[in-house]
Design a protein around this ligand. Structure first.
Ligand code: IVH
Length: 690
């Protein structure tokens, strides 16, 4: 996009026309059809571009400028309601600097240097409503509509149980305004039901709420679980509150649901801290919020400040960075993992998603690509949630190029050219090349030195890859002979050229010494870590621990596996036949035995000694961690749980005894609730350890 300062008036006029059209189309899809096709982030971007151009070229502002509209126009079918006191919108800001500007603007307007307090409220991502009470009786409900005229949704609002139909000690005329929303759980349930019934599902809770509230048949509204929060007023015959905070006390007294996270902030840094806190806990809330609303607390000052055309001067919406964005798939690449699995990855046109530049997204597997019909060149919605790999939510098929072609998943490994085979009942296609496939060899080496295995921090992924490609390290055993091989002085007669890693680019004497020290420190390893390091398919840290406990020494384990003796193995709770097959197969592969023998010459595997304390409340219990813990790292928590005799599982099932919930807990906590499994905090967990 061209820098606005470089636009000629002609270009500016053209772009404003284009933006007016695009935004009108987007508004229509969003408000009239409850079916948006561009993300909030893209919409905001267009809107910002529009107002930026308008402020540079005010004489070009169009009659139909998007900045002159508040919201939706009226969907036919509902009778109209005129708002005597308009339902306004809020100006959006996206950074703390803009919040500072907002506060400065207020002080300048009031010509004061006095401190100003703000009431800070989560910005509920729903649909605004106005409820009118006359003599304490609910008489009329309305949507915002275009801000001046809304739709009459009296019957629909009445179906929401949280809305009081009669209130005591209220002003003669009282309009209470707020947001109707659908909780994330109710949204998921509704969509699940609709999917089963073959109906079109909703894109997000907000659209589900809007679609449910604006039903001509209120019976349908009643079937959907809608909730609400009250947060402001419209027309009132008297106003017995003097601050925003005080107003909320009245709301509570009258029986309106108010958001428990609303809070009074005395300065900008309190606003900022509160903003960060909410951004952190946002995903653990049962409803969607898309930012914070700051309102001058004193009503007196609010009245002095008054309104701009469409927004109050005394309030602002501080939006969270968007977590979805629209971009293009430049390429679909196939990665080959340690076990040969072919994983498709989308290379994206880099895009800012919620403050992070995203340039790749996982496409999961062959079936996922087919199901969503994802193609190279497609315009897509990408989503980033917490620390998971970004995902493609949806393809915008109407933006697809005419020459686009369906993506054909390769049946040949793109790295080594071996066949890639998909077993029946398996979601993944695998390269059959084994260790002859460089991708698998490199991934196996990376796994071998990873944190839960040999934990050699000096050997990062890039170094492993370089060393493999330069044939310096081909197998895990080569890691431990590296120092010896590196030492030789150049000697033409014995043909000893030495490796001289220190002469390679990016290396020096000191860093090479550090690397060898790091390697030498790991010549002793616990049995469970060693088993895990081998990288046998399906054998993760938990299984490795079970194996170590059962077999106590590596030779016991290896002998049984070589002899295909699986009796002991399948008797272990948590190890099934398919895992046993993978383990036996691993030890039938001559290459693997050679590497293990070479390794045993270099390292010592410590026999397993059981140090578990079985006298704790957690002994024998199965626990699952979810969300981010605050006092312990995940690995610490896991090892403490194991040392206290617990089993640690990665997923919630009926066998789970406790789910330990950190911040930003996701679907596991939801599942636990569904199954009625006890959810405990990190503190409670720590108490159960001894
Ligand atoms: S106050 C004159 N408070 O955000 C002030 N609005 O972009 C009117 N919203 O139309 C709004 N949570 O639909 C206010 N705590 C809150 C809110 C909130 C969500 C919505 C509301 C409004 C829009 C403004």
């Amino acid at each position: 996009m061209k820098d606005i300062s470089l636009l000629t008036p002609n270009e500016a006029a053209q772009e404003l026309e284009y933006l007016a059209q695009e935004l009108a189309k987007a508004d229509h899809a969003y408000y009239q059809k409850d079916a948006p096709y561009i993300s909030d982030a893209e919409y905001d971007k267009l809107k910002h571009r529009n107002s930026d151009i308008e402020s540079k070229f005010p004489y070009l502002i169009r009659q139909d400028s998007p900045s002159k509209r508040i919201g939706s126009t009226i969907k036919s079918g509902f009778s109209k309601v005129l708002h005597h006191f308009p339902m306004l919108s809020l100006a959006d800001v996206f950074s703390i600097t803009e919040v500072e500007d907002f506060v400065l603007g207020i002080k300048r307007f009031l010509n004061t240097t006095d401190n100003i307090s703000f009431y800070s409220e989560p910005k509920i991502d729903g649909l605004s409503f106005s409820a009118r009470y006359e003599n304490g009786i609910f008489v009329q409900g309305a949507t915002r509509g275009d801000g001046t005229t809304g739709e009459d949704i009296t019957a629909n609002l009445k179906t929401i149980k949280q809305l009081p139909l009669k209130i005591d000690n209220a002003p003669k005329i009282l309009e209470i305004r707020g947001e109707v929303y659908m909780s994330k759980n109710d949204f998921l349930e509704l969509n699940k039901r609709y999917e089963l019934e073959g109906k079109k599902t909703f894109a997000n809770p907000r659209n589900a709420a809007a679609g449910s509230l604006r039903q001509l048949d209120p019976k349908i509204t009643a079937e959907r679980n809608l909730s609400l929060f009250a947060y402001t007023w419209g027309e009132v015959s008297e106003r017995p509150w003097s601050t925003q905070e005080d107003f909320f006390e009245h709301l509570k007294k009258w029986g309106f649901p108010t958001n428990p996270l609303n809070t009074l902030c005395h300065n900008i840094s309190e606003l900022e801290n509160n903003f960060s806190h909410l951004m952190e806990i946002r995903s653990s809330l049962s409803y969607d919020i898309d930012g914070m609303v700051y309102k001058v607390n004193s009503i007196n000052l609010q009245e002095r400040l008054g309104f701009l055309t469409r927004t109050p001067r005394w309030a602002v919406a501080h939006k969270f960075p968007a977590e979805q964005a629209i971009t293009r798939i430049n390429n679909i690449r196939i990665q080959v993992g340690r076990t040969g699995a072919l994983t498709p990855v989308a290379d994206l046109e880099p895009i800012n998603v919620g403050g992070v530049i995203v340039s790749h997204a996982t496409l999961h597997n062959e079936d996922e690509i087919k199901r969503k019909d994802i193609r190279i060149g497609d315009t897509i919605i990408v989503q980033r949630a917490g620390d998971v790999i970004p995902q493609v939510v949806e393809v915008l098929t109407d933006k697809r190029l005419p020459d686009s072609q369906e993506y054909i998943f390769p049946h040949i490994c793109p790295i080594c050219g071996s066949h890639a085979i998909r077993e029946e009942d398996e979601a993944v296609r695998r390269c059959v090349g084994g260790m002859s496939c460089p991708a698998q060899a490199i991934e196996r080496l990376i796994h071998f030195v990873s944190r839960d295995a040999f934990d050699i921090a000096g050997l990062g992924d890039k170094i492993i890859e370089d060393f493999y490609l330069e044939k310096i390290i081909k197998t895990p055993a080569d890691i431990f002979t590296l120092e010896n091989r590196n030492q030789g002085e150049e000697d033409l007669f014995s043909n000893n050229k030495g490796l001289h890693i220190e002469r390679k680019e990016g290396w020096g004497k000191k860093s090479v010494e550090n690397l060898f020290n790091a390697i030498n420190n790991k010549r002793k390893i616990s049995l469970s870590r060693f088993i895990y390091a081998l990288g046998i398919r399906q054998v993760g840290t938990a299984t490795s621990r079970l194996l170590a406990k059962e077999y106590t020494s590596f030779s016991n384990f290896m002998n049984d596996m070589i002899n295909k003796e699986t009796g002991k193995l399948v008797a272990i709770d948590g190890i099934g036949a398919s895992m046993a097959t993978d383990m036996v197969e691993f030890f039938q592969e001559p290459h693997n035995i050679t590497v293990i023998k070479q390794l045993l010459e270099q390292i010592t595997i410590e026999d397993f000694i059981d140090t578990t304390n079985y006298n704790t409340p957690l002994a024998g219990k199965t626990v699952v961690f979810t969300g981010t813990l605050e006092q312990l790292t995940r690995s610490e928590a896991k090892s403490k749980a194991l040392a206290a005799g617990a089993k640690v599982s990665g997923s919630v099932s009926t066998k789970t005894d406790y789910v330990i919930q950190g911040v930003d807990a996701g679907s596991k906590a939801t599942k636990a609730k569904e199954l009625g499994i006890k959810i405990i905090s990190e503190d409670e967990f720590i108490n159960l350890l001894t």
